[in-house]
Write a protein that binds this ligand. Sequence first.
Ligand code: FAD
Length: 223
Amino acid sequence: AVRVQSGAPLAGFARSAIKRGLTGLAWAVSVPGAVGGAIIGNAGAHGGSIADSLHSVEVWQEGQIQTLPAAELDFAYRRSRFKEQVARPGLGPVVLAATFHLQRDEDGSEPARAAAYIAHRRRTQPVEKSAGSIFKNPPGDFAGRLIEAAGLKGACYGGASVSNRHANFIINADRATAADVVHLINHIRRTIYQRYALLLEPEIQFLGDWSAGPTLWFPTPSP
Ligand SMILES: Cc1cc2nc3c(=O)[nH]c(=O)nc-3n(C[C@H](O)[C@H](O)[C@H](O)COP(=O)(O)OP(=O)(O)OC[C@H]3O[C@@H](n4cnc5c(N)ncnc54)[C@H](O)[C@@H]3O)c2cc1C
């Protein structure tokens, strides 16, 4: 078992685990962010995710520090039981540290696997500034494939633009505001809904005060 503080960069943690001959975190070598944020959103890539090897978390909650087994965090695709709680105003749970169960890399294949994942990301994802994948993949399909098939690669609103390299990324092409990004998200949601009768669900979270809009587009129920 390996214990790590929540503020440690996830990719750095994964890389140092690999250097120490451990396996289980190769998928994380190029995922931005810290261990705490990765636990909240059950970060994952290349078929792996936090839920696969997390053993337990130390959490500050309502004035107390508790150790919770991973099984109690209700992990699902890019979500945990904490995800909605931490997005609400006020003092939500704070992940302080985590313990992972990592195995010995018996056949020494983990470094090559990690290198292949890094190369794949460089090949397939934009280098410009972005917030990562905008939408969750719908069951059995890929958000990027649908957005590309709908002809939305390169679509823009203000300074935000759908990446030409990977259609599930919105890049900051020219001083984009958060509102530009939401307008573009709405354009994509509307187009995909009209074309495929499928409502793409954002993977990103909307933080801060959005009372002045824009709000996330939803189809109007038919009478
Ligand atoms: C280019 C790019 C590529 C990406 N690729 C991937 C990918 O392959 N897979 C993937 O899953 N994600 C990916 N992401 C998204 C992002 O890297 C992950 O969601 C990451 O886990 C977020 O970590 P963070 O530290 O930035 O968290 P933040 O975005 O800062 O926080 C996320 C949420 O968790 C809360 N939080 C953070 N730390 C704690 C804590 N210690 N205790 C309690 N609450 C906390 C925050 O309040 C917030 O609500 C990508 C993003 C970018 C920009």
